[in-house]
Write a protein that binds this ligand. Structure first.
Ligand code: PMT
Length: 221
């Protein structure tokens, strides 16, 4: 893709998983590698966008021309995203954000004393929900990683979070989802339309998603 269809657009992309500390050495995390979000950042930058990437921990290299903010926790991701939200035209939330975090973070490494250990979890902010409530002219794109009733759950998130588009991956399918090089997604729009893509590399999925978002931009202007 050689075109510069995103010239002048500012895009905020989140990628990888958050980590929620239990104590100084342990955390609750998830299997997101960042590959999907980084592929989107790379494609958007190549097509002329100004890309702000808010990333959880990953060993992936920062794509050329991309402005990166590294975070660990959902609260840090929330702060980084809200700081940029009013300045951007498009937000794509490919990150896997922890829905809960330990209520207390132990100051010292927890000792192996009891036969069981209970960690109380409290709810994290839903960043995308908050963006949906604050949104003005921005195009908001979410992801949904589901293990059952893919379209139903993805549609619920699209509506509840006031999104323009949601990218649903059925993570039970081999070839889709966390920590692999390919994905199998269904794109669902605000008007209810669904487009199914075959198994593709995350780079190919990213190019197609940017095509679709670019079309939404021309419609809204
Ligand atoms: O990183 P990879 O290994 O390449 O894997 C890619 C991926 C599977 C992580 C990616 O394609 C994906 O599906 N990302 C979203 C995963 C997810 O956690 O979805 P969710 O259904 O829990 O959340 C729905 C949406 O709300 C997401 O856009 C998420 O970023 C956002 N969210 C969720 C919870 C929360 N507290 N705040 C949020 O903003």
């Amino acid at each position: 893709h050689n075109c510069q269809d995103l010239q002048g657009q500012r895009i905020l992309i989140t990628a990888a998983g958050t980590r929620e500390a239990i104590d100084p050495v342990r955390y609750i995390g998830n299997r997101s590698s960042g590959k999907m979000g980084y592929a989107l950042a790379e494609a958007a930058a190549r097509r002329g966008a100004k890309v702000i990437l808010v990333s959880g921990p990953t060993s992936l290299p920062t794509p050329p021309g991309v402005n990166i903010t590294r975070i660990e926790t959902a609260a840090q991701m929330q702060a980084a995203v809200l700081a940029e939200f009013d300045t951007v035209d498009i937000v794509i939330k490919a990150a896997a954000v922890a829905d809960y975090r330990p209520e207390l973070v132990a100051e010292q490494k927890i000792k192996k004393t009891g036969d069981t250990l209970t960690i109380n979890l409290v709810k994290n902010p839903d960043i995308l929900l908050e963006l949906g409530q604050r949104k003005k002219q921005q195009i908001l794109v979410g992801f949904a990683a589901e293990t059952e009733d893919l379209i139903i759950h993805a549609r619920e998130k699209l509506t509840k979070k006031n999104l323009d588009m949601i990218v649903a991956n059925d993570i039970t399918l081999p070839g889709a989802g966390f920590n692999i090089d390919t994905n199998i997604v269904k794109i669902i729009y605000k008007n209810g339309n669904v487009e199914e893509l075959p198994q593709l590399s995350k780079q190919q999925v990213a190019e197609i998603l940017i095509d679709k978002i670019s079309k939404l931009l021309t419609k809204s202007t």
